[in-house]
Design a protein around this ligand. Structure first.
Ligand SMILES: [Zn+2]
Length: 276
């Protein structure tokens, strides 16, 4: 069920093999990332064998450690093969980018559950709302929906990672390079959505259309399929409900109301759930 992610890799590869200069460029960026990460000394050599041992591949900020959010993250990693596969893309010997989880105990929003920050110096941050006085905090939210938030944000991170691999500038996304690629007529996968919905809005449109099943599968595995599939389908919509989204808009108004009710009822039913 995780073919969407791989399919997008294939799209990039197809684009590259069809256009040799672009492929060279693609390799160049990846090589640059590897060389710079190497130069910045983000590795240490283990023993005398000289085998490179990468440390801190997935970075857990101190604020994240020991929290319910970390507990849910670990359960997700252990239960969902698809989620693990996504995380491993940040965890290889030569990742394009590192991933860091942060808990913000003073996030002011009552509705924002988390956000992903574009790569900076090869690190993409996922910051989770840990302000226990807010409805959007992981403390108040059901475990299954905290899991949903984590998967949703890792998908954002995955999109950022792909954009970085196409347009890296010292570990940040180079918007000019991306724009040039678009103007050259290169519209594979992500770039197609980037072109249609703009730099800021395209991610949710793309997630709703192509990555929603990734969320559904992750939730199902996390929950050991103890509920009907429809519940996971409905919960996966949380965070993707936008009136200008073509996928959401294609649903009937009664279906939209039903999904919103399912989400709200689930939140009320499992408020303040703990994770052990
Ligand atoms: Zn989002």
């Amino acid at each position: 069920m995780f073919y969407q992610l791989d399919q997008m890799d294939t799209t990039v590869d197809d684009r590259c093999s069809a256009k040799c200069p672009r492929f060279a460029e693609f390799l160049h960026y990846n090589f640059e990332v590897r060389r710079l990460v190497y130069r910045q000394g983000r590795f240490r050599r283990a023993g005398n064998g000289g085998e490179v041992d990468w440390e801190e591949k997935i970075i857990k900020d101190e604020s994240f450690k020991g929290t319910k959010a970390e507990c849910v993250y670990e359960k997700l990693l252990n239960s969902s093969t698809g989620f693990k596969k996504m995380i491993q893309k940040f965890d290889g010997d030569f990742p394009v980018s590192h991933l860091r989880f942060i808990n913000d105990p003073s996030m002011a929003s009552n509705t924002r559950k988390a956000y992903a920050t574009p790569p900076s110096n090869y690190v993409i941050d996922i910051t989770i709302n840990g302000n226990s006085s807010k409805d959007a905090s992981y403390q108040k939210r059901p475990n299954l929906l905290v899991a949903k938030t984590i998967i949703h944000e890792v998908i954002h991170a995955e999109i950022f990672r792909k954009l970085l691999s196409l347009s890296n500038n010292n570990g940040s996304i180079n918007a000019i390079t991306l724009s040039n690629m678009l103007q050259n007529g290169d519209y594979p996968g992500i770039l197609d959505y980037y072109a249609r919905f703009g730099a800021n809005d395209f991610q949710h449109q793309q997630i709703a259309a192509y990555y929603r099943e990734v969320i559904v599968e992750g939730l199902k595995e996390f929950d050991n399929s103890s509920n009907a599939d429809q519940l996971y389908e409905d919960l996966a919509w949380e965070g993707l409900i936008y009136s200008n989204d073509p996928t959401w808009s294609s649903l009937s108004s009664s279906e939209k109301t039903r999904i919103k009710n399912v989400i709200n009822n689930y939140i009320n039913q499992y408020q303040n759930q703990s994770c052990q």
